[in-house]
Design a protein around this ligand. Structure first.
Ligand code: SAM
Length: 437
């Protein structure tokens, strides 16, 4: 639509652009074409348009082979749109507030819109909560808002919305436009951004996603504070803006698994249950942790040794409140195998829970299998090694600190001050030395 046509359409219907609904109508034809081209719809795609207004983008979209659903709140504009496009079999108009009508729609393939500035954030959050969010979106947004969506860690614009959006989408700013391409011209610049759904996004349902957003918002609520002062479970030294998007995801995942398990145990008044095994490591029963230890029953544990690029090994200082061997140095991560769990699953879980890093089963290499004996506290132990250079986010309840150390230096330290170490570590390193690597 040209500027003259826009003014005429409004005058014919006795309408005036409403600032309260962010009504700034785009009249530059080339820009309309570019925005639709960036959406790149495929034949037959279901496309969602938010806030069609007088239909500047709508008419370009309907030139293509697609099915369009448009969400518009303004009654006067809805009447105009029905007159203009109502005969097209590919056009459906949904009248009302998009924040309410959006969740009732089933999975559009793509979404587009020149989004009203005041509702852009809640609309984007709602869009992500659809059971099947659109694969690609192109939105025109206020320039500062677009900068927030695309922001990198350690920048002023990086915040909870950046983390949430980038968890789901790759965000690509396409071009910035001055207010003069709209009628009436807003005082601010706008940026067109393309969003492409990430293959590796988490499979959160809407509730978990809301929790994730609240969790990240809590972290960013006082940007200058260290994260551990806002989320006590955080053991590192960083501020919210220093965590990358994937680190936020891992931290949230780790926290919710830990608290789920704690709530479950507290709710059920349960103690940890271990499998009891015979001298051949075959399961012969199960018992609560306290009983297993008090009676010296054979059970299972997994240890993980993490090596960095320089070949140094990571050791952890066990937290002071640990029941066994507090304040002593131990393997990078270690823990009991829970009842029904296997060694590998326990190794992956302990690495995630204690050190805040997720490694895959394929990355862990089994390097030793130790028989239950006095030195291992009657534990059969499988030892795994993995290459990882950190950073680590320590679970404060379990781990007081970690440090890298060269293996010869560690062995020297062990010879000189054995009491600094949990007994299993010198024993398993000694056994490793005896077996071919
Ligand atoms: N797409 C048109 C264009 O580019 O010229 C109009 C864009 S104008 C910036 C924003 C449009 O969104 C207006 O038509 C306005 O009435 C509509 N709108 C505002 N808030 C809305 C809401 N909550 N739900 C649906 N539409 C809304």
């Amino acid at each position: 639509m040209t500027l003259t046509e826009i003014k005429q359409a409004l005058a014919d219907r006795h309408l005036r652009p409403l600032a309260s609904l962010g009504q700034n109508f785009l009249f530059d034809q080339n820009i309309c074409r570019q925005i639709v081209a960036a959406l790149a719809p495929a034949a037959g795609d279901r496309v969602l348009e938010i806030g069609p207004g007088l239909g500047a983008l709508t008419e370009r979209l309907l030139e293509l082979d697609l099915r369009l659903t448009a969400l518009e709140i303004d009654k006067g504009l809805c009447a105009y749109l029905r007159d203009k496009f109502g005969r097209s079999p590919n056009f459906t108009l949904v009248e009302g507030d998009a924040a309410q009508t959006l969740p009732t729609l089933s999975g559009p393939d793509r979404a587009i819109g020149n989004l009203p500035y005041n509702v852009a954030t809640p609309l984007l959050v709602t869009l992500l909560q659809l059971p099947a969010p659109p694969r690609r979106c192109v939105f025109m947004l206020q320039k500062e808002m677009a900068a927030r969506l695309a922001a990198a860690p350690r920048t002023k614009s990086y915040g909870a919305v950046s983390v949430l959006l980038q968890t789901y989408y790759r965000v690509e700013p396409l071009r910035t436009l001055r207010g003069q391409v709209f009628y009436p011209a807003p005082a601010v610049d706008s940026t067109v951004v393309a969003l492409t759904l990430r293959e590796d996004r988490p499979a959160f349902g809407a509730d978990r996603q809301r929790e994730f957003y609240q969790f990240v918002r809590r972290g960013f609520s006082q940007r200058r504070k260290k994260l551990r002062n806002l989320i006590p479970a955080f053991a590192g030294d960083q501020r919210a803006e220093e965590l990358t998007v994937s680190e936020w995801g891992e931290f949230f995942q780790m926290q919710s698994e830990k608290s789920k398990m704690q709530n479950f145990r507290a709710g059920m008044n349960l103690e940890e249950i271990f499998d009891i095994v015979d001298e051949h490591d075959r399961v012969i029963g199960s018992a609560p942790r306290a009983e297993v230890h008090a009676r010296g029953l054979r059970h299972r544990a997994a240890h993980v040794l993490i090596f960095n690029a320089a070949g140094d090994v990571l050791i952890q200082l066990r937290a002071p409140n640990k029941y066994r061997h507090p304040n002593t140095w131990d393997s990078s991560a270690a823990g009991h195998v829970d009842s029904g769990e296997d060694y590998l699953a326990a190794a992956l879980r302990e690495t995630r829970e204690e050190l805040g890093v997720t490694v895959s089963a394929g990355e862990l290499r089994e390097i030793a299998y130790l028989r239950a004996c006095a030195e291992t506290g009657q534990e059969f132990v499988k030892v795994y090694e993995v290459r990882h250079d950190g950073p680590f986010r320590l679970q404060a309840a379990e781990v007081a600190a970690v440090r890298w150390i060269a293996v010869p230096a560690l062995e020297r330290w062990m010879r000189e001050r054995a009491a600094d170490f949990a007994p299993a570590l010198p024993y398993l390193l000694g056994r490793l030395r005896c077996q071919p690597r």
